[in-house]
Design a binder for this molecule. Structure first.
Ligand code: FES
Length: 295
């Protein structure tokens, strides 16, 4: 609770605002100006190809390398074994190299956040920049023979990156960034009536409620398609999205596009397919049930 308030206060610092605005403009501008190639690059960085956000997977590498460096520094200081110091230097270098793709994927995810998560993400990123600077200086000092000063800077860098990692966890566990917003746990497994068949207009996205689950329906001739209406990316309303002739729908919030027939992702940033519902018409009612219960 105290920590949460501290994070909130940190994110509301006035001096962060101009940095936030410049960075947001720069990140979205870079991808937009690159056109279709930028959109593809964004999908790669968001982890669409992996079916999982890429940033959290990559972030383990610098954190792990710098943890190994901290351990080796302590062992080197206590045992006097020079090879452990060399090992720590190498681990710091690995962490620095891995920090670059980790930061790029983090920026690709961060640009979609708003409000408190956006601010927390900015602080998280700035702390990581600080940690990289400290580790870079640490490595330079070590190479110049000032190992003690280098170890001190590495300790500061490690404390910084641990706090930053805490913020990254806070973004996921409290703010639900990068989690699946179309979780199937509570979606109906049994056919559930949602709308009179006569009320569904051809080719118009229609939101209905299936026992508490928002569902978007689409009629194409005799066929009725149904997808979960809450976008798996960050919860956007797919029924307010753009419908395409090939029976795909684009989320109005950040442009993820899903296929109505099987929920697959045509374009990200969503990394998790959209839940699909089987449909049937019984006694004049459209009924739906989840088509792919989780394994
Ligand atoms: S909420 Fe982000 S693409 Fe739908």
């Amino acid at each position: 609770m105290v920590m949460d308030r501290g994070i909130d206060r940190l994110g509301r610092q006035a001096w962060l605002k101009p940095i936030d605005e410049v960075l947001q403009r720069a990140v979205s501008g870079v991808f937009r100006s690159a056109g279709p190639a930028g959109a593809r690059a964004k999908d790669v960085l968001n982890g669409v190809w992996l079916g999982h956000p890429l940033h959290p997977a990559l972030s383990d590498v610098p954190l792990g390398a710098w943890t190994a460096a901290a351990v080796m520094d302590v062992l080197a200081a206590s045992s006097g074994r020079e090879e452990l110091g060399a090992g720590a230097d190498a681990a710091i270098g690995i962490g620095l190299a891995a920090a670059v793709p980790t930061a790029v994927t983090g920026l690709a995810d961060w640009q979609y956040l708003v409000g408190r998560p956006h601010r927390t993400g900015l602080v998280h990123g700035l702390l990581n920049v600080g940690a990289v600077a400290l580790y870079g200086a640490s490595l330079a000092l070590r190479r110049a023979g000032a190992r003690g000063a280098g170890q001190l800077l590495a300790s500061l860098g490690y404390g910084t990156v641990l706090f930053s990692a805490y913020l990254g966890g806070d973004l996921v566990y409290r703010d639900l960034a990068n989690v699946n917003h179309a979780n199937t746990a509570a979606m109906p497994r049994q056919f559930t009536p949602v709308l009179a068949a006569s009320e569904l207009v051809e080719g118009r996205l229609t939101r209905v409620d299936a026992r508490g689950t928002p569902v978007v329906l689409l009629r194409r001739g005799e066929r009725v398609y149904a997808l979960a209406a809450t976008c798996s990316h960050l919860g956007g309303p797919l029924h307010e999205g753009e419908l395409h002739p090939d029976n795909t729908v684009t989320c109005p919030w950040h442009g993820s596009t899903f296929a109505f027939d099987d929920g697959h992702i045509v374009t990200g940033p969503a990394t998790i397919e959209q839940p699909v519902f089987e449909t049937r018409i019984k006694d004049g009612q459209i009924e739906v049930r989840l088509a792919r219960p989780p394994a």
